[in-house]
Ligand binder design. Structure first.
Ligand SMILES: Nc1ccn([C@@H]2O[C@H](COP(=O)(O)OP(=O)(O)OP(=O)(O)O)[C@@H](O)[C@H]2O)c(=O)n1
Ligand SMILES: C[C@](O)(CO)[C@H](O)COP(=O)(O)O
Length: 242
């Protein structure tokens, strides 16, 4: 067993967004997917991964939906209050981790809005990302990439061979990530993911290829897709057990 294989990490789950692109009355992290709130699916999948030591869920201020949420039993669970931008919420989550998580321990950060993440991908991220000093799940771009000009016509076709789509979880040392996100904020830069903040400070996060269907529920169409994927995963899991 390698050193990384023994690592279990706390996971900061950011669930404090407003879901503006999704729209609707209920924030998207609580919209039902097959009758259960999206966040319940995400927490269940994370809690089922033995390499996750605990979950730190970052919530919107005075979130009225959290108290009634069906929460996973058997995994330590804490909460924190998020901020205006996603990076603020991640910073709040990192600050609220238990003291037992040291500055040089690795932590995961995951979007509540990505309920279809696979346990095997989280495991590979930890196994490969820890020795590399940090990394993220991602997938190579599979479409032809166009750069638009000012009039929404094609200005250029870009090479796609070195382009990847960034997913979560992302894995970094607690102290390094807090410092990187705080530095980006101080510089007035909105880091849209953890890796971006780390890159600014000269880190070279490892791209760990993960399943393409680790989708982020951003619009109502994504909810339909997530429902399909989660049903299929449940069916495949029960076929494996029987
Ligand atoms: N201030 C914020 C903004 C986002 N998030 C979380 O970050 C994840 C990814 O963000 P995104 O999909 O962009 O969610 P929203 O910000 O809610 O969506 P929108 O940008 O459409 O408002 C989501 O789980 C969201 O809840 C957060 O915790 N705090
Ligand atoms: C972190 C992220 O999920 C990586 O793809 C993404 O950047 C977050 O989404 P947002 O729409 O930029 O908040």
């Amino acid at each position: 067993m390698t050193a990384a294989a023994q690592v279990a990490c706390w996971c900061v789950v950011v669930a404090a967004g407003r879901g503006l692109r999704f729209g609707g009355e209920v924030p998207k992290q609580y919209v039902p997917i097959d009758g259960r709130p999206l966040l319940a699916w995400t927490l269940e999948r994370l809690a089922a991964q033995p390499r996750i030591a605990g979950l730190l869920v970052v919530l919107a201020e005075a979130d009225p939906y959290w108290p009634d949420l069906d929460k996973p039993a058997g995994t330590p669970l804490r909460t924190a209050t998020g901020g205006t931008a996603r990076a603020d919420s991640v910073l709040a989550g990192l600050a609220a981790l238990p003291d037992s998580v040291r500055s040089d321990d690795f932590v995961l950060v995951h979007d509540a809005a990505r309920p279809c993440v696979r346990a095997a991908d989280i495991e590979r991220l930890i196994d490969l990302g820890v020795p590399a000093g940090g990394g993220l799940l991602a997938a190579p771009l599979r479409d032809t990439l166009k750069r638009a000009d000012g009039e929404q016509r094609v200005g250029a076709t870009e090479p796609r061979d070195a382009r990847w789509r960034a997913f979560t979880p992302q894995l970094f040392r607690r102290g390094d990530l807090s410092a990187a996100l705080a530095a980006a904020r101080a510089a007035g830069i909105e880091a849209t993911d953890e890796a971006m903040a780390m890159e600014r400070l000269g880190f070279r996060p490892l791209l760990v290829e993960g399943a393409d269907d680790n989708i982020k529920v951003t619009t109502p169409a994504d909810r339909v897709l997530a429902e399909f994927l989660l049903r299929r995963m449940a069916r495949d899991a029960s076929a494996t057990v029987s």
